[in-house]
Design a protein around this ligand. Sequence first.
Ligand SMILES: Nc1ncnc2c1ncn2[C@@H]1O[C@H](COP(=O)(O)OP(=O)(O)OP(=O)(O)O)[C@@H](O)[C@H]1O
Ligand SMILES: [Mg+2]
Length: 754
Amino acid sequence: MDYLKELNPPQREAVERTDGPVMIIAGAGSGKTRVLTYRIAHLIYSKGIDPFHILSLTFTNKAASEMKHRIEKLVGLEARNTWMGTFHSIFAKILRVESDKIGYPSNFTIYDTDDSKSLIRTLVKEMRLDDKVYKPSVVLSRISGAKNRLISWSAYQADPFVRADDEAAMRPRMGEIYQKYQDRLFKAGAMDFDDLLFNTNVLFRDHVDVLNKYQQRFKYVMVDEFQDTNVSQYLITKKLASVHQNICVVGDDAQSIYAFRGADIQNILNFEKDYPDLFVVKLEQNYRSTKTIVEAANSIIDKNKAQLKKTVWTSNPDGELIELIKATSDNEEGRIVATTIFEEKNNKKLNNSDFAILYRTNSQSRAIEEALRKMNLTYKIVGGLSFYQRKEIKDLMAYLRFAVNPADEEAFKRIINYPKRGIGDTSVEKMLVAAYDHDTPLWEVVQNAHSFLGGKAGSAVDDFATMIKAFQIDIERKDAYEVANNVAKQTGLLRELYEDKTIEGLNRYENVQELLNAIKEYVDNPENEDKSLGSFLQEIALLTDNDQDKDQTDAITLMTIHSSKGLEFKQVFVVGMEEDLFPSQMMMQSREDLEEERRLFYVATTRAMEKLYLTYALTRYRFGRLLNCEPSRFLEEIDGSRIKVNKKMTATREMPGALRREGLPGSQGFIGIKKAQPETRQPIQMKIHTPSPDFKPSNTNNLQAEQLVEHPKFGFGKVQKIETEGLNRKATIQFEHFGEKTLLLSFAKLRIID
Ligand SMILES: Nc1ncnc2c1ncn2[C@@H]1O[C@H](COP(=O)(O)OP(=O)(O)OP(=O)(O)O)[C@@H](O)[C@H]1O
Ligand SMILES: [Mg+2]
């Protein structure tokens, strides 16, 4: 077998240099991931290394499974035994084995972001703080930032700089919340995502014998997308590799796009210091994209000051010019993208899966989805509100979580009175307070609740506890599927959904069935040795946004640029190329932030193999308001000779003459385009709006005309007028997608935006 022939000389060198520290920092599409894949194959095949001794850390679990399959093809089934996955999934597995060393049960729960925010909301309420100042998302990102830099709550409280920051932001009690948050997680036998890494560091720091064991096990350590590792991840890898020193990291500083999550470009620079005898490989040839795309991408990233110098070139043909498309509105942008894909598919005999549509924020997908649906083009959304974030799925999962770990407070709050069994909020609060005031495990309180709740609520809690105990006996004896199936039935959850005969109800019922199918699949899969419910739950908790496209249908991929890292598609559409949207207004506080946005643009363009489209709209609904937009400054930064304005598209649309503009960007710049007339919008009957995650109805007593609001079903809108008729106050609201509606304010649930 001559797999080494499929590599160019520097790639081959990186593959063959298996021992000692190696770093590959190279441009997009130059074969970094390919080198890692072949390197593992080479270790197994030529060096006879037991796959069990190889650890490889990837950005998504999907990337890991693709890599595994590729290696399997090269060296056979043995490859399955390599340790491959995201940092979170690998170290969650290790923590499950070693949890007792740090005082956790082995069946610890993993809290997702919703659970974390809900816990923070509870704490903020208990501390009688203002949740507008201590917003759960803000508090969580502060805590997360600290943990990713390995700052514990006590270090946080002791650090005068951190304190000064919080005080300046009028949030002096942040450190206290952090402490309480960790305490509650611990008592609930739960870890959030950041804890998986933080606690691994604690484990390795305090238990040398454990560290030793894993140092011996992982003789070869590899990290893909190294530019996006944070300090916590870097330290884990460094510790693991410190005995054998066989560590290979690959990445591209130009693609570092997770600074906001604590990724630190400094890791690349430190790496050279930490390993003085480091072997550095340069890969310069791009195999992915046409010359046009490679050159355009180079011209973009050149504008960044902070970057390591490197050259990227390709021997691929020039290919087609990049096409720039202007649309009058976001809806028209969607229509143009859909028709273009339709034409390209026919002309070039492409599949749906050859196309990707990338955007800066998830909310942009709506207009695109509508247009694709109208043209009957199959698509899938990666990320966004995923299957496992749906309410009905979270409900059943909460039952399963609680049965496995009855200390799990967030799961408890979700299910104790769902389906309704007459246990009111006050009773629930009483139980939680009892647990915290007397420092008693929640499960013990629940089992004895009748003694202090009494009456109907008391006996309802009794029944609940009996039911959970029966599930726990099941868990000991049966596989995950049998248990889950039984839980869905016994709790009344399936019945509740079955009896709801609306379309949404039916959908929810089917979703729960789908979850049960997924568990069955998990149990039937011979690759999963541990078929217990606990093991299934852990797997699900660690799914990353990119892991959920299991079905094999031929579909166009829609996703944020962030999720597109490492992937490639024949044709790529980057939509919403507008100032304030991309570069994003929200992220732009400094020059560094602009550079990070630019790297994001570099990532987007370098996903394309054959053809790149860039589109922008002149008007767009954002935050419930029709806004005029200006083309993104990034469009002017691309080498003008690599791009053409799609005249056909702009000319065939009915647009005011002043908007039709010909010629290439760059020369005069086209930021000066006259503002568009807002398109007259027809209310479109479309799917019900999904309310914002933190949707909470506002007090509307002082609601006035011109204010922007969000309605849980009709979405965003602007108040036209307020009228009073007898005792009733009515608001007439122009909704973005549902037209004008008049609502009675005593009934309508509205969130006031500003
Ligand atoms: N020597 C080679 N011969 C042929 N094809 C190659 C070679 N090296 C890489 N490729 C192909 O080029 C494409 C890009 O490779 P790969 O995904 O490994 O690049 P990368 O550097 O990891 O990119 P990114 O920075 O986007 O993660 C893949 O389709 C890969 O199979
Ligand atoms: Mg890669």
